[in-house]
Design a protein around this ligand. Structure first.
Ligand code: MCN
Ligand code: CUN
Length: 795
């Protein structure tokens, strides 16, 4: 008779345990950076450039210094005396901390004031007089590469133009040969607009330099505290052990809190100079105008097709607008992130991808916002292209996908760009989705409605995405290999603490890491606390982004727990007075194989580790593990959306949304569903209401919540969720990442649905956000609608 614990009851794997962090969040007891008040703390504000491109002729700070309560006014010139006017970016470029020679985007940091309170600091910023000489402005790659275009980065040697890189991958000649064999070639070009993560909490930091101890403590809103510590050590040339980065509760990150921002650097220098804590909290417009943008890529491509629907080859080109500095946070080897994960779920024999990156007079960005390094753009293009190709072939769009999806018995599958996808049941996910949405019925309804002048549409998006960088062979950031770690310490009464180098921002790590330990050791999840975000206590890790926490840090948690279990087994053998080989494990308990009733609990082993260990055994029960994943994890998803478009106004309403996600084994099904609903909501917002762009002068249009709309419960549609589980073959508990899937795959489903409703017009593309006026324009003039900047200033 087994005495194993009921895993769901103790909060182990598969338990929809309530999020423990919500105990404090829903009571208003979260501890965010702005909640922290230190003795003697001063406040910093940033003066930003009103112009997108201008030479700085002079900066006069005298009036700001005269304002009572002002302690410090920092300019680029002062930063330069400490070699801090510029900083290296995560993509081997440089970025201005405070502008010295020129401003290169609207909202760029020009000066900082540190004062007794933020209001004095803000007033003093306005008292700074800057004389600008305006320069011609560039807001897209076409302008950037035009003859005679002004060189934005004239600060750099060997930068004669605005091109950052040309990059390619795949088999050019083979692709050309395959295109020559095609029955049909289908093409598509589109712009994936800039989008902004816009977490509710903006960015911020509190730097606290203590001269007596030489220790610098920085509280900040970062998703990757250890990377920041490394950056501070290298940039500010401070000894690493004297730097402590603490990332307290984070009010949403979504990628916005991965980069290193000038505000962090300025608050650190200010604290060192003043020997007092200095707090900088960004305001909403500052956040929307200057930090971590995403996307802004132009994608064009084509598929070589056989009449029966088989894809023979894929070719695509990307023009990426990086803004004024190439500061993407991404693995060093890949200039355009993991864009080449595109078409990974389809059996495409050969493909070729080229990418070009250019500078413009826009805030740097390029990678943040629920993306795993450009996979959002990659999957959006893929799924828009798949729908268009089905139309061009005259095939049913679901059937066309099915014909080309990688088969279940074809794993691991090598993609044309060299990735190895690990596992999946792609056709099954599609079937579950089609069944749930009532596909055949809907097609009939659509016909009938059309006969009465109504326009219904259905959009499908199927995709796999690479989550969980890296393996260390291929993935590094600035030379630091991408792996992660965890530490588990079991106390004598069988309670425990887990620490990882990841840093959740709302994903529920405090809940789910405990569940992994619970699964491995049989300790109730409620007996385990999880701590992340303090570099003095957490083991080294690369941080939380690219949905890498479960694939990498989560795996490290399991491995650390297994080491603890191995030691506990030796303690059990000692307590049971048998040899280790005679000891069996079941959840929560070791027992003697020949006498199953004779056993000890994991808690009894923990006590023995401190009170009754065998001779020669090192006391204590703890372990750490560094986990270098053998591969990325490849979750799959099928999102299906139905809409009705009003032909008179272009307004479209969502009728139904079905999501089928396969993220392998689910640690906490409720949290996974929350992640998927959040992603579908963001996808909905990106597809039709989040409009942030630039006019011809480089003014950022939409840098406030009146224009850049956040979806509320009112306009967000309901979602019907389904699951398929294909365990990840290389992850210790079979889990794959999921945090970004719905935001990555979702947008194409919404846009495809609208395009399906107007397919008979011959319009091939409307750029996101698919605003009603764009749909109306497409319907009325039967033409594609581009959303690329500059936006017209004539309204
Ligand atoms: N999970 C699970 N079972 C799985 C996979 C995941 O139970 N098979 C759980 C995890 O344990 C974790 C959550 O789901 O609690 C998300 O896990 P994972 O997919 O590993 O993603 P990360 O934790 O690395 O989160 C990063 C991802 C990214 S990159 C962005 S951007 C994003 C996202 O998460 N930002 C978010 N979701 C967010 N959700 C909130 N609330 N806030 C953000 O800022
Ligand atoms: Cu790119 S947004 Mo998430 O990977 O932090």
């Amino acid at each position: 008779m087994t005495k194993a614990l009921d895993e769901i009851k103790i909060g182990g794997l598969g338990s929809s345990r309530k999020r423990v962090e919500d105990n404090r969040f829903i009571r208003g007891k979260g501890n965010y950076t702005d909640d922290i008040v230190l003795p003697g703390m001063l406040h910093m504000e940033i003066l930003r450039s009103p112009l997108a491109h201008a030479r700085i002729k002079s900066i006069d700070t005298s009036r700001a210094w005269d304002i009572p309560g002002v302690h410090l006014v920092l300019t680029g010139e002062m930063m330069a005396t400490r070699n801090l006017a510029w900083m290296p970016t995560l993509s081997y470029d440089t970025q201005a901390v405070l502008a010295t020679d020129k401003v290169r985007f609207q909202g760029q940091e020009v000066a900082c004031v540190v004062a007794d309170d933020p209001y004095i600091a803000k007033d003093a910023c306005e008292a700074i007089q800057v004389e600008y000489e305006p320069l011609p402005v560039i807001v897209n790659p076409q302008q950037a590469t035009a003859d005679g275009a002004p060189v934005i980065r004239d600060d750099k040697e060997n930068q004669p133009d605005n091109v950052i890189y040309n990059w390619e991958v795949g088999d050019k000649d083979g692709t050309e040969r395959a295109f020559a064999q095609a029955d049909k070639i289908s093409t598509l070009s589109l712009h994936y607009p800039r989008s902004h993560p816009s977490p509710i909490e903006c960015c911020g930091s509190i730097a606290d330099f203590n001269r007596a101890t030489s220790k610098l403590t920085v509280y900040m809103t970062t998703q990757a505290p250890h990377i920041i510590r490394a950056a501070v050590a290298l940039v500010a040339e401070l000894p690493e052990h004297m730097i402590r980065i603490i990332s307290p509760d984070i009010g949403g990150g979504f990628g916005n809190k991965v980069p290193v921002y000038p505000g962090y650097v300025c608050s650190i220098l200010a604290s060192i100079l003043l020997e007092r804590p200095v707090k900088w909290i960004e305001d909403k417009t500052g956040n929307l105008i200057s930090t971590g943008f995403a996307r802004d890529v132009y994608l064009e491509g084509e598929l070589a097709l056989r009449n029966d629907g088989k894809i023979l080859a894929m070719r695509m080109h990307t023009d990426a607008d990086h803004g004024a500095f190439f500061s993407d946070a991404q693995p060093s080897k890949f200039k355009i992130g993991l864009m080449h994960s595109t078409f990974a779920c389809y059996d495409v024999p050969v493909a070729h991808l080229t990418a070009r990156g250019t500078y413009s007079n826009k805030a740097p960005g390029g990678v943040a916002y629920r993306c795993s390094f450009r996979v959002t753009e990659a999957m959006f293009f893929q799924e828009r292209m798949m729908q268009q190709a089905a139309y061009d072939l005259g095939l049913d769009q679901a059937e066309f996908r099915r014909v080309n999806l990688v088969r279940d018995d074809d794993f691991p599958h090598r993609t044309p760009f060299g990735f190895l996808t690990d596992s999946g049941q792609y056709a099954k996910c599609l079937d579950v989705g089609l069944e749930a949405i009532g596909y055949q019925d809907f097609l009939r309804q659509k016909e009938e409605a059309r006969a009465r002048g109504r326009r219904l549409g259905i959009g499908i998006s199927t995709m796999t995405e690479p989550l969980g960088a890296g393996n260390s062979r291929e993935y590094d950031i600035l030379g630091i290999k991408m792996f992660d770690s965890a530490e588990l310490r079991v106390h004598l009464t069988g309670k425990a603490i887990v620490r990882t180098g990841a840093r959740g921002q709302g994903q529920g790590h405090e809940t789910t890491w405990a569940q992994i330990v619970s699964h491995e050791l049989g300790l109730p999840a409620d007996d385990i606390v999880v701590e992340e975000g303090d570099t003095d206590t957490a083991p080294f890790g690369m941080g939380t982004y690219a949905s890498r926490s479960t694939p990498v840090a989560g795996a490290a948690v399991a491995m650390a727990a297994r080491k603890v279990r191995a030691k506990a087994r030796r303690l059990a053998a000692h307590l049971l007075e048998v040899s280790e080989e005679d000891v069996e494990w079941e959840l929560g308990r070791f027992y003697v194989r020949s006498a199953p009733d004779h056993g000890v609990t994991i808690q009894e082993c923990a006590m023995a580790a401190y009170s009754n260990m065998p001779d020669g055994m090192e006391p204590g029960l703890e372990a750490s593990a560094y986990y270098d994943p053998p591969n990325l994890t490849w979750p799959f998803a099928c999102y299906i959306v139905t809409v009705e478009v009003d032909p008179d106004t272009g307004v479209w309403d969502v009728l139904n949304v079905v999501a089928v996600d396969d993220c392998g084994v689910r640690i906490n099904p409720m949290i996974v569903e929350g992640q998927i609903m959040g992603g579908l909501t963001e996808a909905y917002a990106m597809s039709n209401m989040q409009f942030i762009t630039f006019d011809a002068e480089g003014n950022c249009v939409g840098s406030n919540y009146m224009d850049y709309l956040l979806p509320t419960a009112w306009e967000t549609p309901g979602f019907e969720l389904h699951e398929v589980v294909t365990p990840c073959p290389h992850h210790p508990i079979g889990a794959k990442g999921v945090g970004e899937c719905a935001a990555v795959g979702g947008p194409a489903a919404y846009v495809n649905a609208v395009m399906d409703a107007i397919q008979d017009t011959g319009v091939r593309n409307i750029d996101m956000p698919v605003l009603p006026d764009r749909v109306w324009e497409a319907l009325t003039f039967r033409r594609d609608v581009s959303g690329a900047p500059p936006v017209r200033s004539d309204g």
